[in-house]
Write a protein that binds this ligand. Sequence first.
Ligand code: AMP
Length: 304
Amino acid sequence: MPFFHIFYDEKLTFAAIQNVLMEVFKEIFPLKSYLKEGRKSGMSIGLVPTMGALHQGHLALIDESLKEADLTVATIFVNPTQFNNADDLEKYPRTLEADLKMLEQRGCHAVFVPSVEQMYPNLPELQFNFGKLESVMEGAFRPGHFNGVGVVVSKLFNIVQPDYAYFGQKDLQQYMIVNRLVDDLSFGLQLRRVPIYREDDGLAMSSRNRRLSEDGKKQALALYKSLQLAETMLKAGDSPADVQVAVEKLFDSHEVKIEYIEIVGLDTLEPVKNISDAGTVAVCVAGYVEDVRLIDNVIIKLDF
Ligand code: AMP
């Protein structure tokens, strides 16, 4: 995996760390000793894993942890093994210095910013199979993605051993998979799902939005609009098939290359055909704007 190495610049990381007072760890063992001290004095630990290029959505997760846990640990690691596209990995925004300042100002207690070598002394042989949960949507369109997520999240859980871990609804399928991972491997932590934080116009905040032009951001609003349309139609009793057709039509007039729009049961993520007994559903959408892949979703309680 040598090409991963170019993305971690030791000098830049060192310079960014010098500018903050918050505890910043690049290595596992000093982080573990720090957390051990916290635990000894009875503190609970909240973990917020991120890939950096932080925005208000990430800070909403930090805020939840600060409210609930005594010690909040964020991680910033652009995990190469969850990228199925080398170009996406290379272009993923990296803004470490600004990220550390944001976290410090928010009151985050500690940050873990490991190198790829620190996280992967060897490329893992371990393979996860999340069954049906990964056979749809992100799992179907990004082969290997959830295996990479499963491995890195398990590593972070083992390193930090948090009492609470915070994940965003923005990546709903990821949340469901991590939920399953926590149960299947008995990680013994409370998982929290934090609602999607949006721009004033409705665009879901995302690190990848930084790669969009102003016009691209306007085009990307079609994703949110499609979810609003789907919500109105489903609540009015329209069938998922009709909703899909209407949404695809909406995208015809925008510069968005839609990859999927799925209406799925919230508990199983299996496509819903008949809404009369569906309960709570999620409408999930993915598409490309200016070659940047974006996702969004909405959870809808249907009681007919
Ligand atoms: P990322 O850095 O994109 O891997 O995201 C780190 C965590 O932040 C994940 O649990 C995401 O679901 C969550 N997240 C990303 N964007 C948002 C958002 N707009 N609102 C709430 N959570 C988010």
